[in-house]
Design a protein around this ligand. Structure first.
Ligand SMILES: Nc1ncnc2c1ncn2[C@@H]1O[C@H](COP(=O)(O)OP(=O)(O)O)[C@@H](O)[C@H]1O
Ligand SMILES: [Mg+2]
Length: 242
């Protein structure tokens, strides 16, 4: 479903991603962790071309990401993204947020867009908030709307960039529960997160990134109980200490 081969990216002269390789199969769940600044966000943003890479290849569902705008559009329709700070449109209601892209990008008829939006709002368990504005919701509710909004485009792949790290602790579970349910439905997912309980239950493979490189890549059992690289061990000791 996703193939990344010897992919490099620079911000000006700063070499931020240094030869990443990754193959993700349909239905696979990947968790990416690593210290702040290691390139996790940049990596997943390259997968839907919110950032462009300069060397190597990224192929998403058989479409290679190049300067070709048509190909970028094709890939963006298949890839949903959820950000740390929700990025909902504040002047649109929850329902309008969910219908916007299906109406304007996918050209779905209005009645169908509304029905799909309600279906996904039910799925993330907030149909009763449909007519409110994002500012009237809690952080956990806003993030669930952001997930529903992404799902309304019927993506084949979902990317999550630290979806719970801006939330108050009591709201983390409600968002993780939605992500766990989504994983159970067979969605192909790449999640940047430091929720290691989530990684253990849901991930097929866990990646540890540091300084623009994939340092370690292993199934969670192996990753947590027997990390091979010293940098991974050190990182896990730091985050699992508390
Ligand atoms: N738009 C940008 N321009 C220049 N440098 C950037 C930009 N975005 C991120 N960086 C730098 O690239 C590195 C990786 O950032 P990022 O991908 O956000 O890391 P992470 O998500 O792992 O915290 C950091 O050193 C960051 O400062
Ligand atoms: Mg980040």
């Amino acid at each position: 479903m996703i193939k990344v081969a010897d992919m490099h990216k620079w911000y000006g002269s700063f070499h931020v991603l240094k030869g990443l390789n990754l193959d993700v199969k349909e239905g696979e769940r990947i968790v990416i962790c690593g210290p702040s600044g290691s390139g996790k966000s940049t990596f997943i943003r390259c997968i839907n071309r919110l950032e462009e890479h300069q060397r190597g290849q990224i192929i998403v569902d058989d479409v290679e990401l190049t300067d070709d705008v048509k190909q970028i559009d094709t890939v963006r329709k298949e890839v949903g993204m959820v950000f740390q700070h929700f990025n909902l449109f504040p002047h649109l209601t929850v329902l309008e947020n969910c219908c916007l892209a299906p109406l304007w990008v996918r050209k779905v008829p209005k009645r169908e867009a509304l029905a799909t939006a309600m279906e996904y709002l039910e799925r993330v368990k907030i149909p009763e908030q449909a007519d409110k504005y994002p500012g009237q919701l809690s952080g956990g509710q806003q993030q669930r709307v952001a997930i529903a909004r992404a799902l309304c485009m019927k993506p084949k792949i979902m990317l999550f960039d630290e979806p719970t790290s801006a939330l108050d602790p009591e709201m983390i579970k409600e968002v993780l529960d939605v992500m766990i349910e989504l994983a159970g439905s067979g969605m192909t997912m790449i999640c940047v997160t430091h929720e290691m309980g989530f990684a253990k239950t849901v991930a097929d493979r866990v990646i540890f990134m540091d300084q623009g490189e994939i340092v370690e890549l292993a199934p969670p059992g192996e990753f947590f109980s027997n990390p091979k690289e010293a940098r991974t061990q050190q990182f896990l000791n730091q985050i699992l200490q508390h």
